[in-house]
Design a protein around this ligand. Sequence first.
Ligand code: ADP
Ligand code: MG
Ligand code: MG
Length: 906
Amino acid sequence: MASVVNERPDTQTTDDRYVFRFGGGCTDGEAGNKNLLGGKGANLAEMASIGLPVPPGFTISTAMCARYYEEGEHFPDSLRAEVAAGIAHIEGLTGHRFGDPADPLLVSVRSGARVSMPGMMDTVLNLGLNDETVEGLARAADDERFAWDSYRRFIQMYADVVLELDHGAFEEALEVAKEDRGLTLDTELSPADLKELVAEYQRLVRDQWGKPFPQDVHDQLWGAVGAVFGSWQSDRARVYRRLHDIPADWGTAVNVQAMVFGNMGDTSATGVAFTRDPAKGAHAYYGEFLINAQGEDVVAGIRTPQYLTRAAREEAGAKASSMEEAMPQVYGELASVFDRLETHYRDMQDIEFTVEKTKLWMLQTRSGKRTAKAALKIAVDMANEGLISREEAIGRIDPASLDQLLHPTLDPKAPRDVLTKGLPASPGAACGVVVFNADTAEKRAAAGEAVILVRTETSPEDIHGMHAARGILTARGGMTSHAAVVARGMGRPCVSGAGSLSIDMKERVARCGAGASWREVKEGDLLTIDGATGEVMIGEVPTVLPELSGDFRTLMAWADASRRLKVRANAETPADCRVARDFGAEGVGLCRTEHMFFDAARITAVRQMILANDEAGRRAALDKLLPEQRADFVGILEVMAGLPVTIRLLDPPLHEFLPHEEAEFAEVAKATGLDVEALRRRAAELHEFNPMLGHRGCRLGVTYPEIYEMQARAIFEAAIDVAERGEAPVPEVMIPLVATRREVELMKALIDRTAQAVFAERGRGVDYLVGTMIELPRAALKAGEIAETAEFFSFGTNDLTQTTLGVSRDDAARFLGAYVEQGIYSKDPFVSLDIDGVGELVELAAERGRTARPGIKLGICGEHGGDPASIAFCERIGLDYVSASPYRVPIARLAAAQAAMRKPAM
Ligand code: ADP
Ligand code: MG
Ligand code: MG
């Protein structure tokens, strides 16, 4: 057999070669080369090369996809000879001949891009059947039912995928055929029934397509190959690529492979499996199979699949026997293949297999998608098992996915009005309004609503709606259904297979139960789903903070040991600080002080301060605020004792605090003794046309030094209070929105003066630093001068992005989408730092700052502090810390470790 494999059409050199064969224990080389063969083809070849049972076949490389489109959707002539050699290779190994009326070879035609795109590309099975070969197949297999079942499947798939006819009509014909005969299962149709169904299908093809179903097996093959390449540019494939940043020029490969049959009776089956539990991560085989079935029957949710292992069946309380019980010998072989694959790929595998008359065949393997919880457990377990190193374990976790774990789950004590229960397909809780189709989900989500997408079952056309939804609920489908797999990949909570639901798309209502327990849910009703238990509840169920697992702590400890960057939090209340500290924050990088001013009890004093006509009036108001601010800082410095806390002096434009309503003006008037009219005039004076560039930041401190003086006093008095209780406060006072050295000199002098005054009054001091935000391009350029006074820099990359790009964050929504779509910016620059432009300013300022003041402390606050790509940049330019919102602290810790290891996230 090996000679067949090594023979090459001699007109071909490796370079212009597009077909690569596998099977019979050999390959044409390039096994495992995903760029060339696509993920599926590369892994089929790799499985074949390590001696696993893979039906023989060949892969037309991704390079051909590019060429196909370059040449106006045509194939070069040379491909025909290569494909013919590929078919001959399969014929040689199987002993069946393609198109042979006596004993035909059937093949599947399967797509496969570099990265798995679940359901994006369509597969055609049983290709090679026609009115003649079906008879031959029946005789050769001595099984008429099987042959005709295969033929009707083939026509149905080919009509759908290749001819793009309306598949509803074919499904209906099948339903009618069963109904007419009083049957419920496809498998109960007799050979005669199936022949009639095939005739009906052929009529449907002729009616819809205008031509008879193609009888020439080579036409069938080229039609299918063209359809696979064609589907690369389908709408659903494009949507998926856009959502997952997959370049359009990668292309897909086509795999043509000998069919093996899971529909040859009760010793045949088809199944899908994971080598570990993809939802929770347990080291146990996990999967489903169906006896006497083919291909997508398992994932399509048409029949309810059976469990793979006995333990899983017992846990679920299911009756139908597991594969372990029904086919113990094949199950044993399968289990040993699982172990080999894990050892070979050193990762959890997602596997498709078929059993043909007790013979096991492997049809696919790939690294399995998993929830964040499972990813952590699997990475930690595999490192402990010695399969991978700790560094690899750290590199295996996508930092952004930790979000799933840090988010709330349903409050176990809250009452639940349980409507029904399905399978716990993807963990997490979600609440939202019910919608019944993907477009509505997208529309209502864009309008700011939380939506739950409810479908009978999902298909690739629903991807955009699943993405827009907070959670997904389906009436059909198992743990490996499309909905379940995609939801886990996206981190969306999902309950699948809630069988008691019946969904009426026309009326837009889901009905459940019967008789007295009958209930319905209409579009727009509130629903809560719990993807961890499978429960579906009417209305909203309150949520609680999650309990972090031991695996989480273990992996984070490993990450902490390999990172250099410190991670701080942006927090401004003792409660936030506590969350941040629990999540491992090593200080507060940004404590904003303005939110404290909005407190209902204080806002009148704040307004009194702003609207005062003179310094005396302002000081009177500030005197009321001082004890309040001091108390704020005592709380924060206490929680963060021993760790640095960077407190930013008042930053926003004053007009944000102005009263709006009559009652608010009246209240300020009463507090100040001024009349409402005078207050209104003063408020009008404070109006700004462009507040983002207006009277804000240190400009407030320059014009009204008493404001910053009060805040500095509050900070130092608080620090001494805390120090007197034996704690170790570490305040860092930060001046916002500076552009020039002189601003910093003036403000630092004011702060130092205030500190000295407080220290003298209290008879003791505390250590502190005074530094600045770098958030204006001028400050970045003059960082050298500024660093002569400033003791630290914190890059305020939100404002620095706004001012460098000249883009207002609040107005960017109108055009930024188009900018990202057209590649002007590769990502939203407010989410992921514009490393090229804004990053250059940051890098330059860091350098100039360090030159002027060696060892100056450098950090970043702002949204970018929690973004893995931006964190990698901060690591590269050697900043000391990043600061992120409390819930993103673990993400930043992990991203910082990965950046230090120079391993990009998966
Ligand atoms: P997808 O990428 O959507 O998973 P596949 O190409 O893996 O599509 O095909 C879907 C299913 O079709 C497989 O899981 C398998 O059950 C079946 N299938 C594909 N090729 C063969 C084959 N050569 N013999 C038997 N079944 C096959
Ligand atoms: Mg599929
Ligand atoms: Mg597959």
